[in-house]
Design a protein around this ligand. Structure first.
Ligand code: IMP
Ligand code: MG
Length: 329
């Protein structure tokens, strides 16, 4: 019994979908499990030359791996069926591969309506916060109570712990450390657990965890209403070169240099064993190698210096990968 976990170390949108897709290629996993979030997440995946944006369905489905929306998630039923149709239209075989944990909570029409007027923290307006609130207020609806979802329901206990099962699970997170309900910049956070702890809420015992893949970008982006981007023209340039517009809402993402202290903290709290820095080619094209080091913007001058500095601040046993966009690692 093995579980590898993919976590985002910044504010979401670091390229988790790409890493899931890459790790699934060898078909070694028996399951891919989305462990938190709802359709606030947008996962951009390039598969056989085609671009797909999924919100609910984990990337295992592209490789015929059983893909589960876990109990740590919230699900919009209409969006789920829309996504299934889009995948089918894109030539992906989803039949018998996609499941929803029976105890996953449902995003209702009234959750959506309530969230649609939210502008205090700048949510994605997908009903995420109200759905989690009702879950914890013990006033929610679970997937098992929705007639249309009956053919897709799965019991995580039976599936992962039943007689004769020995699952090898890839756990795919949504959002990121800076948006985590406990460790993020509250109240500018999402309503779920975006850390490795969140993965364990889906019937995954800690002893099964093998690798924790931390995913970061070589710079930072954030979407929401707090002021994040320094008022300097270089960040508009960075946004355009990096194509930093939301996959879910199309909103421009605010940009900044990568904060090494955040990466260090997120790596430690998540227990990261392997780390990927995505979109390195974007800084190469921008021609500026800045990092925020202990609160100060610092010019590292070259890609090599940047890589070496980051490595020096991480656990020496951690495997560090630098990766271009959107190619595989
Ligand atoms: P909510 O998750 O829609 O409630 O939004 C809470 C905060 O998380 C807002 O700042 C959103 O922009 C941000 N957020 C939620 N999901 C994502 C994501 O997948 N990528 C980036 N930001 C996200
Ligand atoms: Mg995203």
């Amino acid at each position: 019994m093995i579980a590898d976990i993919i976590v985002d170390l910044q504010y979401g949108d670091c390229g988790k979908g790409k890493i899931t897709h890459h790790l699934c290629k060898n078909n070694y996993y028996t399951h891919v499990l989305r462990y938190n979030g709802g359709c606030n997440a947008g996962h951009t995946i390039y598969h056989e030359g085609k671009k797909f944006i999924t919100h609910h369905i984990p990337a295992g489905v592209f490789f015929g791996v059983k893909s589960i929306i876990g109990s740590g998630c919230v699900i919009n039923v209409e969006q789920f069926f829309k996504e299934m149709d889009e995948l089918r239209e894109g030539g992906i075989d989803v039949e018998g591969l996609v499941y929803v944990a029976a105890n996953t909570h449902v995003i209702t029409q009234s959750h959506l309506e309530e969230d649609s007027s939210e502008n205090k923290i700048g949510t994605t307006k997908r009903g995420n916060g109200p759905a989690y609130r009702d879950k914890y207020a013990r006033a929610g609806i679970q997937a098992k109570d929705v007639p249309e979802l009956q053919p897709f329901l799965i019991d995580l206990y039976e599936e992962f712990h039943g007689n004769g099962t020995s699952p090898v699970i890839l756990c795919e997170g949504a959002q990121g450390f800076g948006l985590d309900i406990d460790h993020g910049d509250y109240p500018y956070v999402t309503s779920s657990h975006c850390t490795t702890a969140g993965a364990l809420l889906n019937a995954i015992p800690p002893a099964w965890v093998r690798d924790v893949w931390g995913v970061a970008k070589i710079y930072e982006t954030y979407v929401g209403s707090k002021s994040f981007e320094p008022d300097e023209p270089i960040f508009s340039k960075l946004r355009d070169i990096g194509g930093e517009y939301g996959a879910t809402t199309g909103r421009p993402r605010q940009c900044n240099w990568a904060d090494v202290s955040l990466i260090e903290k997120a790596s430690k709290i998540n227990g990261v064993t392997k780390i990927v820095f995505n979109k390195v080619d974007i800084l190469r094209e921008l021609g500026q190698w800045n990092l925020i080091i202990d609160g100060e913007t610092t010019d590292l001058q070259t890609e090599e210096n940047t890589r070496e500095f980051i490595k020096s601040r991480l656990d020496k046993n951690m495997e560090v990968f630098f990766s271009d966009n959107p190619h595989s690692i």
